[in-house]
Design a protein around this ligand. Sequence first.
Ligand code: HEM
Length: 167
Amino acid sequence: MTSDDASPGHDDRTAVDPGPADVPAPDLPELQPHQVFDRVGGLPAFEALVESFYARVEQDELLRPMYPEDLEPGKRHLTLFLAQYWGGGNLYGDERGHPRLRMRHAPFPITPEAALHWAENMAAAIGEQDFPPEVDALLLGYVGRATPTLINQLPDEVRTLPERGAR
Ligand code: HEM
């Protein structure tokens, strides 16, 4: 998967490594990524998820300054993107075109720490939703894979050469 890919189905997300035979398989019903949208009840579930996520972003001292004053347009775009990604049809594409997420995130200084904040806020928002466990598992797996792909900057201390000591 690349971060620009808003259509599940051709990556290894559903590949299952059976693991050692004596380890019991997780007892979750099989759910395909494109079935998530219907399984959670459609768009309102994604609206609620993104509301909860943005409420956390508003309180996040590292992330909040990256976001514009008016959070509403971004909320809508993220809602449509996630709904599309999880099987809701071309909702984001109809309004915004191709996601090109790395390009759209280029203006923001996304350090590993910022990415971690984003992922923690999203994981907490997912946890608040009362989704079925098989949905939680898919969403959290996606957050874990997608978020690091948007890192585009290392922290200042890494980008600055340390003082050279006298030889
Ligand atoms: C890694 C940490 C991330 C940071 C710091 C971050 C930050 C941002 C910011 C500041 C915006 C602009 C919001 C606005 O203009 O109102 C944005 C937009 C967006 N982000 Fe992220 N983001 C991150 C990760 C992600 C991830 C993992 C996804 C995908 C699940 C994502 C999906 C989006 C979408 C769909 C938009 C709207 C794009 C558009 O249509 O303009 N972001 N993000």
